[in-house]
Write a protein that binds this ligand. Structure first.
Ligand code: LLP
Length: 434
């Protein structure tokens, strides 16, 4: 079954009677006019559909908790929507925890991840009643135990392990290989468990791993599950425990360009469920509660960014550059990871001749290129260009480089648009300058 993670565009994308691009029933030229550009646009239908597909794909698994990885995109509205779809959350900072709390999320559904949680963040997480800590290292055990000292609170924890699996994705977003800054090496888990068991305020519930992001291979998930279940069974036996949770992290890939061929959420769910089944039999344990932390695959395709085209430059005997009014600060992925995107001109360009161009940004760096060598209808100054699949790791990684304001974000659905993040202002830009 095809799902949205295998499509480039949001579900609601079409050309309207004027020939203009439409997202969520809203004309993109009107959106650009009303809210300004660059503009992050989130299609609610796509977001909800993807969240529901995840739940459906795992609906026959007895104990399942999807925990959306907030780092991909977190705003109060995104939290509200996914929470109402039954999702929990993976949070990695005080800021993400605070946002979820303010959005009215039941914090028992949140797991606090990260390799260097500060004392203040630990305190905040405990105050709001976070469901789980995923313990990443020995010093965190001490910090958490001392924050709980003198209270009668029992904090559920999972132990993050490094399963020793290399997946073929960009080096910077691989995390499960042995030489990683995240989690306990398998040779350290016994000592970590011994350490946790010394503290009566900590209750170890299970194991956590995350092997990387934008993954298309399925075998790596099977391997990861075998490591987690084997280790869970071994620890239960050795320490006489009843660990019954595994958290397999996120990582499912999406389609940025036609060359990307990720498995659908349904295919990957079958593989995960079968691997759990097989390994639970092999290592003689009951099926554990399953946590999964998708980020990109939930929000990526639901998002698109609208830019207005400005200047252009024809290099004599070389490339033609068309500059957009955003770039590496609202989407750092092309310059950081060499990430590729697809785009379309939102204006009606029917029967217009096409040309090969490079879409550049407006930031003061030669590396600020959004898309190299793309064939598009001839763009005029003032046209609106839509770059697809920007829902994940764009706004969440945005900066104020060159002191350019962060864009607004709108949610579109069935012809309605609503601003869910307002555009930054110059006043806000200097707010913290003393
Ligand atoms: N769980 C953990 C513990 C993670 O570290 C991550 C992502 C996820 C879940 C969610 O992974 P996803 O389903 O989104 O692949 N900035 C990079 C991606 C970094 C991913 C970091 N960890 C990018 O733009 O490609």
């Amino acid at each position: 079954m095809m799902t949205i993670n295998q499509f480039i565009k949001p579900k609601s994308t079409k050309r309207n009677s004027k020939g203009n691009l439409e997202l969520g029933g809203c004309d993109c030229l009107e959106l650009a006019g009303k809210y300004g550009t660059p503009l992050y646009v989130m299609c609610k239908e796509t977001l909800v559909d993807m969240a529901q597909s995840f739940k459906k794909a795992f609906s026959d698994y007895p104990k399942f908790q999807p925990t959306y990885a907030s780092k991909a995109l977190m705003t109060k509205k995104i939290a509200e929507i996914l929470y109402s779809e039954g999702f929990g959350f993976d949070a990695v900072s005080g800021g993400e925890i605070y946002t979820l709390h303010k959005a009215g999320v039941d914090m028992a559904r949140v797991t606090f991840n990260g390799n260097n949680k500060t004392q203040d963040e630990i305190k905040l997480a405990l105050e709001v009643g976070i469901g789980h800590f995923s313990i990443d290292n020995f010093s965190e055990i001490e910090d958490l135990a001392s924050a709980l000292q003198g209270t009668d609170k029992i904090q559920h924890v999972q132990l993050r392990i490094t399963p020793g699996i290399e997946c073929h994705t960009h080096e910077y977003i691989q995390t499960g290989h042995l030489d990683s800054k995240f989690g306990f090496d398998l040779s350290q888990t016994d000592s970590a468990v011994e350490e946790i068991l010394k503290h009566k305020n900590l209750e170890l519930k299970g194991l956590h791993a995350h092997i990387g992001s934008q993954i298309f291979e399925t075998k790596v998930f099977e391997d990861e599950i075998e490591v987690l279940i084997k280790e869970l069974a071994r620890l239960n036996e050795k320490f006489n425990l009843k660990l019954d949770e595994i958290n397999i992290g996120g990582g499912l890939g999406i389609t940025y360009t036609k060359e990307d061929t990720p498995p659908s959420v349904y295919e990957i769910a079958e593989i995960i469920k079968n691997a759990i089944d097989k390994n639970c039999k092999k290592y003689s344990i009951e099926k554990p509660k399953l946590f999964i932390e998708p980020g990109r695959s939930i929000v990526g395709t639901a998002g698109a960014t609208l830019y207005r085209a400005g200047s252009s430059k024809q290099v004599p005997n070389g490339k033609k550059y068309v500059a957009l009014d955003g770039g590496m600060a609202d989407n750092p992925r092309p310059s950081m990871y060499g990430a590729q995107y697809s785009a379309e001109v939102a204006n009606n360009k029917e029967n217009k001749t096409t040309e090969q161009i490079t879409l550049s940004g407006r930031y003061c760096e030669s590396g600020d290129i959004l898309i190299k060598n793309i064939e598009l209808p001839k763009i005029e100054k003032g046209d609106v260009v839509c770059i697809y699949n920007t829902g994940a790791y764009n706004y969440s990684m945005a900066s104020n480089y060159n002191r350019i304001l962060k864009p607004a974000m709108v949610l579109v659905n069935q012809g309605q648009s609503a601003m869910i993040v307002s555009r930054q202002t110059y006043e806000q830009l200097i707010e913290n300058d003393l």
